[in-house]
Design a protein around this ligand. Sequence first.
Ligand code: PMT
Length: 401
Amino acid sequence: MKTTVLLGITGGIAAYKTPALVRLLVKSDLHVNVIATKSALNFVAPQALATVSTGSIYTDMWANLLKPSIEHIELADSADVAVIAPATANIIAKFAVGIADDLLSTTLVALRCRVLVCPSMNVNMWRNSVVQRNIESLRQAGHHVLTPESGFLACGWTGEGRMPEPEIIATAVVKLLNPPDLKGLRILVTAGPTEEPFDAVRFITNRSSGKMGLAIAQRAQARGADVILVAGPLRVSPPGDLPIVPVRTALEMRHAVMDRFPETDVVIKAAAVADFRPETVSSGKVKKEGMDPIVRLVRNPDILEELGRTKKPKQILVGFAAETDNASANAHKKLVAKNLDLLVLNDVSQVGAGFDSDTNIVRFLYPNDADEQLEIMSKDAVADQILNRVLAIRSARFSNE
Ligand code: PMT
């Protein structure tokens, strides 16, 4: 079952941005139920929310009188996290003192999960001492408040009061859902293909999009790790707050990884590194008339194998194997040859696995010959499973000391 976000929308102009927020939450693999107050519906159409949401849009406490269930309790119980965006002075006041006079405010009283409040109002309303007192009460009750941004406000005033952009709210929601269980760990992830040029315009590469490695880096960062992503040319856009070392060739990737390896606790190599590169590279574009139709290749260094030879006892090494035939036997050879703590095997001939797909089907192989087959799942979910295994390997290793 998917993690569920309950989004409460109240009657501020910023409500028009909430379909974008819902889309971002859904993109993060979250199920979203929405409660929009009567006032909110002046600024956002329920049809727009229903189109982008995976859950239902609730607007009225009394809409479903003949239903046997009690809607506000069901909504509160099913929420793993709740967010109120935009939060008007009115809902902030009601939530702070426990007034329950409509579906949203009544549901808020019944919630047991973490709540993120995103105030949005005129600067003078925001500075009002009663509003500030209510905000303080919410914080003291353990709720999270996203401070409004400063800028030009819809009412014509300039100052604090703008609801932060949907991307910022979505990131804050995801953070609330993730306990920082990887805090203190430095994790280096590689992603994407490498490109091996043979002249100024031509190169050899492979089908890796970078989605798998990016998912691992993002999930690790969301769970509190200090992450570096060494990435070949990605076919997906990474978020702006992820530290990335862009590389092109296998030799550049080797340099970037080996440089950082001594300060790293965990390396996860999801990149599809080219095993060979053209022996010679022309600085200009070779004319086809003068071009040798045979390109001579030389072997690239195996970065993971080198890491396996040089790793310190406390460092954890996770490798991937993209296989099509004799998958388990080939993957097992890689696990041993590269001295890995965990090998993630994906049989890339399976539909829904491997290159460019949004999902993956993986099998974990361990040095003690144990293995685990996982179901098809999103690459984000695979990333979390890998990170969970990394934590388990670390705790087993440190408890043996
Ligand atoms: O990027 P996506 O489109 O999301 O696709 C994901 C993926 C299929 C690329 C990913 O899940 C995956 O399987 N990555 C590893 C692909 C690969 O190169 O497998 P391999 O069996 O050739 O290499 C084994 C391991 O050695 C890998 O961890 C690889 O990073 C590493 N290696 C390989 C060659 C080399 N010269 N240096 C290396 O470090």
